[in-house]
Design a protein around this ligand. Structure first.
Ligand code: ZN
Length: 395
């Protein structure tokens, strides 16, 4: 195994690409590395979540159909303030049979493997296009992929947009063709403030939010009670829509009537469902609520469901050439679902069929002292080369 693989991972991890910060320096590094290997490159700048970000598209091979996209996101989840770190998050560290650093698993390790796979690869062997797409802001709603998916036709010009994408998210080299959609939204309750000694003069927003939680929680109970048997195989833990009350904030003092309360909710719907169906159902239930608090029957609270943010689901067909190529290269022999969302949901909206398969381990993603097994890491470049040979080099 070469020093280059480790060096590439070390350099990628050293860029602080937490989604709230710019990824441009990391994208420019990747572009320079791939240009040095004779790839054509295009950097797509985008203002995402108020931050200057960029996606990278790098391509090679003849302008024919049936090419392959290999994709990964460059951003990471935060590490500052996360309890449990005993190592430097931005300094790759090899210890025992593991490599540590934020992004080793999710998912700079895979991107380093792509670079290593191309280090001595003769692009003249490509019979079909090979396209790397490295994205920004995946961890905050796949915002980079939402931008780059529809732009690929323009960026690639003469080269037809490949209909298949391989995304190297952490699966311990298992193959996945499906994930649920993800929807995030806030609910704000506005009551009326005042002294806690005279509750009837106000409306307590926290109290009314309690009704909201019970009403939306009831949706979760109903879904859990009615699992969908056809999804048992790919989502064995939850073959139904799952919902999470993420954060809640309301009130400012013990002796004041809470005037405002904001609840942040996320949910994940089965991949064959309209992602916004549950949002609309939540809105219906909230509209039917008693808007009084428990202290008086006079004034009512006002409830606002804020606009949702959606990451589309992934529900790729089985038995595709890419599935066969990944099985052959990794030794996997079945495909299932993953519990996280990916850029593949947005790629699917542009007609690109995505499969998820990567070296990291799901239980390491987003953890303190994030790490990757060295054997999974070092196997990667060979797997990447083999998939490229199967998909792009055979006549
Ligand atoms: Zn990821």
């Amino acid at each position: 195994m070469t020093d280059y693989l480790y060096d590439a991972a070390r350099r990628l991890i050293a860029f602080d690409t937490v989604s709230a910060h710019s990824d441009i320096a990391a994208i420019e590094y990747l572009a320079a590395e791939l240009r040095a290997r004779k790839f054509s490159t295009a950097i797509q700048p985008a203002e995402l979540g108020g931050v200057a970000q960029a996606n990278l598209v790098a391509w090679a091979g003849p302008a024919r159909g049936d090419g392959l996209i290999i994709s990964g996101h460059v951003d990471t989840v935060p590490f500052e303030g996360q309890p449990g770190w005993t190592r430097g998050a931005l300094a790759l560290e090899v210890a025992g049979d593991r490599i540590y650093g934020r992004g080793t698993t999710d998912m700079k390790g895979f991107i380093a493997q792509c670079l290593e796979a191309m280090r001595e690869f003769d692009l003249g062997r490509l019979a079909r296009p090979l396209v790397f797409v490295f994205t920004a802001s995946e961890e905050v709603g796949c915002l980079g992929a939402e931008k780059v998916g529809p732009a690929l036709r323009r960026i690639l010009g003469e080269t037809p947009v490949p209909r298949m994408a391989w995304i190297g998210e952490p699966t311990s080299w298992a193959v996945s063709h499906a994930h649920k959609s993800i929807v995030l939204f806030d609910i704000a309750v506005r009551g009326r403030g005042g002294h806690s000694g005279a509750p009837a003069a106000g409306v307590n927003a926290i109290a009314v939010m309690g009704r909201v939680i019970a009403a939306i929680g009831a949706i979760q109970e109903e879904r859990r009670a009615n699992p969908r048997p056809e999804f048992r195989a790919i989502f064995p833990d939850a073959p139904y829509d799952v919902l999470n009350f993420g954060t809640i904030a309301g009130g400012i003092a013990l002796n004041m009537i809470a005037e405002e309360c904001v609840l942040r909710i996320s949910y994940r719907s089965l991949p064959d469902a309209d992602p916004l169906e549950l949002y609309r159902e939540a809105a219906r239930r909230v509209r039917a609520l008693d808007l009084h608090d428990f202290a008086s029957r006079t004034a009512e609270a006002v409830i606002e469901l804020r606009p949702p943010m959606v990451v589309p689901p992934l529900n790729s067909p089985r038995a595709t050439p890419l599935e066969r190529a990944l099985f052959e290269a990794t030794g996997a022999n079945d495909s299932g679902g993953v519990l996280f969302g990916t850029d593949g949901g947005w790629f699917a909206q542009s007609g690109i069929v995505s499969l998820i398969c990567g070296p990291g381990e799901m239980d390491q993603a987003h953890q303190p002292n994030e790490c990757i097994r060295r054997d999974y890491f070092e196997r990667g470049p060979g797997i990447v080369r083999r998939v490229i040979e199967t998909m792009c080099c055979r006549a």
